[in-house]
Design a protein around this ligand. Structure first.
Ligand code: DC
Length: 228
C-alpha cells in the first residue's frame, strides 16, 4: 500500500531556508508545494500597483474582490509559480519594494482571511507542503508534521543578502538587515495570527547544518508519520 499522504507545515522567521526545505520535500514525496508568503507578496504588489489605501477596510475588501491568485507548474523546473490575475509575478514579488510593505499588508485581517481560506482549499486533499508563518498554528492546526525553523540572525541576513545581491548589486547588507528585522518584528507582534511556534512543532535550527542534513532529518520525521 502506498504511504498515506499527510500535510506538512513549515513555519519560521524570514530567510531561514523554509522554502528550500519545502521544495526538497515536495519533490521527493511528489507533494504539492505552496509558498504562502508569495500570496501575501502578490497581494502587496497588487495594492502598490493600484494605489490601494490599505488603512481603509472598504478599499481592502473591494481590492481583494479583484485579485485572483493561483499557482501553476513551470514545466522546466517542475515548481509552482505564482500568478496574479493571470500574470506570472514569481520574480517581481521578491523585490525589496514589495518586501518593505508585505508585513504591513499581511497583518490586515481581511487579507489574512482571504489567503487562509484559499490555503485551506489547497490542502484539503493532503499531500501538501506549505511554508509560512501561521501554517501550523492557524491554517492547518491538525497537520501531521509541523516544523518550526530558526537560525541565527547574522546567518539569515547573509543568506538573504546573497540572494538579493545576485539580482540587484546596488543592494546593501544594511538594507537587507533592516528589512529582515522589521519584518520579523511586525510578523511576530501583529494582532491576527502572529508568527509563533505551534506547541506540537519540531524546532529545526539550521545555523550549523547544511540543507542536505536538514532534508535528511525532515525525511525521517515524514517517515515516522507516514509508516503504515
Ligand atoms: O515567506 P516570505 O518572506 O516570502 O513572506 C512574506 C511576508 O508575508 C512575511 O513578512 C510575513 C508574511 N507571511 C505571513 O504573514 N503569513 C504567512 N503564512 C506567510 C507569510
Amino acid at each position: 500500500m502506498a504511504d498515506k499522504k499527510i500535510v506538512i507545515t513549515i513555519d519560521g522567521w524570514s530567510s531561514c531556508g523554509k522554502s528550500t526545505l519545502a521544495k526538497q520535500l515536495a519533490k521527493r514525496l511528489q507533494y504539492t508545494y505552496i509558498d504562502s508568503g508569495a500570496m501575501y507578496r502578490a497581494i502587496t504588489l497588487y495594492f502598490l500597483r493600484n494605489n490601494i489605501n490599505w488603512q481603509d477596510v472598504a478599499s481592502v475588501k473591494a481590492a481583494l474582490e479583484d485579485i485572483d491568485i493561483d499557482f501553476r507548474v513551470n514545466e522546466t523546473t517542475g515548481l509552482g509559480e505564482i500568478y496574479l490575475n493571470d500574470e506570472n509575478v514569481e520574480y517581481l514579488i521578491r523585490d525589496l519594494v514589495v518586501a518593505e510593505k508585505v508585513s504591513e499588508v499581511a497583518a490586515i485581517k481581511q487579507v489574512r482571511e482571504s489567503a487562509v481560506a484559499q490555503q485551506r482549499k489547497m490542502g484539503a486533499a493532503k499531500g501538501i507542503v506549505m511554508d509560512g508563518r501561521d501554517i501550523g498554528t492557524v491554517v492547518f492546526p491538525d497537520a501531521e508534521l509541523k516544523i518550526f525553523m530558526t537560525a541565527d540572525n547574522a546567518v539569515r541576513v547573509e543568506r538573504r543578502f546573497k540572494e538579493l545581491y545576485a539580482k540587484n548589486p546596488n543592494i546593501t547588507i544594511e538594507e537587507v538587515k533592516n528589512n529582515l528585522e522589521m519584518r520579523d518584528y511586525i510578523d511576530s507582534h501583529r494582532e491576527v495570527s502572529p508568527l509563533k511556534q505551534a506547541e506540537d512543532a519540531i524546532v529545526l535550527d539550521n545555523t550549523h547544518i547544511t540543507p542536505d542534513e536538514q532534508f535528511k532529518m525532515a525525511l525521517a520525521w515524514v517517515k515516522e508519520r507516514t509508516a503504515a
